[in-house]
Design a protein around this ligand. Sequence first.
Ligand code: ACK
Length: 296
Amino acid sequence: NKSQQEDFELPLFDLASIAHATNNFSHDNKLGEGGFGPVYKGILPDGQEVAVKRLSRTSRQGLKEFKNEVMLCAELQHRNLVKVLGCCIQDDEKLLIYEYMANKSLDVFLFDSSQGKLLDWPKRFCIINGIARGLLYLHQDSRLRIIHRDLKASNVLLDNEMNPKISDFGLARMCGGDQIEGKTNRVVGTYGYMAPEYAFDGIFSIKSDVFSFGVLLLEIVSGKKNRLFYPNDYNNLIGHAWRLWKEGNPMQFIDTSLKDSYNLHEALRCIHIGLLCVQHHPNDRSNMASVVVSLS
Ligand code: ACK
C-alpha cells in the first residue's frame, strides 16, 4: 500500500523481499522476542545480513508507537546506535529492518553463565564508553532530545567487533525545545533500571535515562544483575555499591571473574560515575556530557 508508506523518509522494503530474506519469517530465522514482537534474521539478495523486527498485531506497540520509532530512526546516525536500514508497512505488516549485530545482546555476555565470562576489562570499559556516547547523542541534540526510557543490558547489542550499539527506540520520546520532562500514566520500561520518580510517578526525563545508564554501568563492572528496585533496599546492586563505597571497599564490587586483570583506576572511576548517576533525586544526578568527559 504505497500511500501508507509515503510519509516516511526511510528506505522502503518490499514485503515479498523481506519474506524471502527471512525464509518466510521461519522459526529457524527467529533471533528472539522483543518488547513488541519477534525479531528475525534475514539475508538480503546482495548477501547483507539484517535483523527484521516484526510488530505483532497484539503488541503493546500500536501503529502510533511504530510510526514514532520509524520517524526517530530516520533521524538517528551514530556509531553507538543500531542502524536502521529501512521499514515496510504493507498488508497489515509493520517491519523495521536493522543492521545485523553479530554478537547479540550485552545481557547474554554479562549474565548468561553458559557464555562464561567472556568480557575482559578493556572490552567492558569500551562498552561503557560506547553506551555513554550513544546516550549522549540522543540527549544532547537540541532538535531531537530523545529520552530512551528503556535502556538496559538486553537493549545494548554488540557488533562483530564487540562495539556496543543501543537498540529499541520504540518507547523513546522526543522532547524537543524547552520541554525537559514528561509525565505518563502508562509507565513502560524495566524495573531494576527505572529511576524512582519514573517508576512511582511516571515522570521521565533525560535524568531518568541517566539513572538507567548508572544501573547498567554498575552491572557491567560487577557482572551482577540489579534485581528489583525498592527505595532504600540495600540488598540490591545500587545499595551494595553504595555500602562498599562508603566502607572504603569498592574493589569488592568489581566482578570477581576479572580477577586482578582490571585497571583499578578505571574501574573505581566507573563505580564512582555509576553512583553519581543513580542518585535518588534527578537534580543530583550527572548528565551524559559530564559522564562522557569523566570516562575519557
Ligand atoms: O539477546 P538477543 O540474542 O539479541 O535476543 C534479542 C532478540 O533479537 C529480541 O530483541 C535480538 N536482536 C534484536 N535486534 C538485533 C539485531 N539488530 N541484530 C541481531 N540480533 C538482534 C536480540
